[in-house]
Design a protein around this ligand. Structure first.
Ligand code: COA
Length: 163
């Protein structure tokens, strides 16, 4: 099985949307509770360019996962830091897709001269914490019960990779 990583195109929006909305509706990896529309997903893609990249992972031409680097915060002095995300389709988890997407996001973050990458991991997401830890991220803090979804409190674990 070969995992191919490439830059996302606007035509990937529907496949990215499927993966993301599955997490919105069934998981706690995102604090979103309402599914995104295709229009919103396309806008999310067009808003990212250059160092704020979106990558997709393909297995046999099928989109199996995606990841992104986004502005960490809007105020200018934060511009040397990016926030990453990684989402893998349920049927392709634990096949190395998340690891490959995250590895390439880190390559891109270095290439664009960012100083650090932040991962903000919602809920008790041991898989995501382990994935980021294996890539060199370290936990820098936990915000307790900062969100609420499916009638449960959500913590948010912040991890950071210094580049
Ligand atoms: C978390 C997620 C991105 C991991 O991606 P993945 O492709 O399934 O993970 P990989 O197969 O690349 O795993 C790489 C390493 O991460 C760790 N890991 C991944 N999933 C894990 C899990 N469920 N439990 C424990 N460790 C896990 C392991 O160290 C693993 O290495 P190993 O398989 O050699 O043990 C994926 O499960 C996912 O998309 N989940 C839903 C959305 C989500 O939580 N996104 C993260 C938002 S912060």
């Amino acid at each position: 099985m070969t995992i191919a990583i490439r830059d996302a195109r606007l035509t990937d929006a529907a496949a990215i949307l499927d993966i993301y909305n599955h997490e919105v509706l069934h998981g706690s990896a995102t604090f979103d509770v309402e599914p995104r529309s295709l229009d919103q997903q396309q806008r999310w893609l067009t808003e990212r360019s250059g160092g704020h990249v979106v990558l997709v992972a393909e297995i046999d031409g099928h989109l199996a996962g995606f990841g992104s680097l986004s502005a960490f915060k809007q105020r200018a002095a934060y511009r040397t830091t990016v926030e990453n995300s990684v989402y893998v389709a349920a049927e392709h988890q634990r096949q190395g897709v998340g690891r490959d997407v995250l590895a390439e996001l880190i390559v891109r973050a270095r290439l664009h001269g960012f100083h650090s990458v932040i991962a903000r991991i919602a809920g008790s997401n041991a898989g995501s914490v382990a994935l980021h830890q294996a890539a060199g991220f370290r936990v820098v803090g936990v915000e307790r019960e900062i969100g609420r979804k499916f009638g449960r409190w959500l913590d948010l674990t912040e991890m950071q990779l210094m580049l």
